[in-house]
Design a protein around this ligand. Structure first.
Ligand SMILES: [Zn+2]
Length: 100
């Protein structure tokens, strides 16, 4: 089964092989930081403004975190794949070493 945030094997339109791109974990680390900071700020605003019972935070932030992470991963991984494709990025090899 394809995961919600993983690439299809190839493009449905042009057949481009997505497996040759290595996006890695960069988007996940970045998203964790951004979403975490955003949710903490929002939770503090809600807490200090309305002083709701604790379960309100659970109901508000759990779905928001899950949705923001999945959607954010899809968008940011796609953006990185596009950037790699445009720059024709690939693994460095010994032939890439500049000799003095
Ligand atoms: Zn395509």
């Amino acid at each position: 089964m394809q995961g919600l945030a993983s690439f299809a094997p190839r493009c449905r339109v042009c057949g481009l092989d997505f497996s040759r791109y290595n996006v890695g974990d960069g988007p996940a680390a970045f998203l964790t930081t951004v979403i975490g900071a955003l949710v903490v700020v929002l939770a503090m605003v809600v807490e200090f403004s309305f002083e709701p019972p604790w379960w309100v935070h659970l109901v508000l932030w759990t779905p928001l975190i899950v949705l923001a992470t999945i959607l954010g991963l899809r968008v940011s991984k796609a953006a990185l794949l596009i950037a790699e494709h445009r720059r024709q990025a690939r693994e460095a090899t010994s032939s890439d070493v500049v000799k003095p």
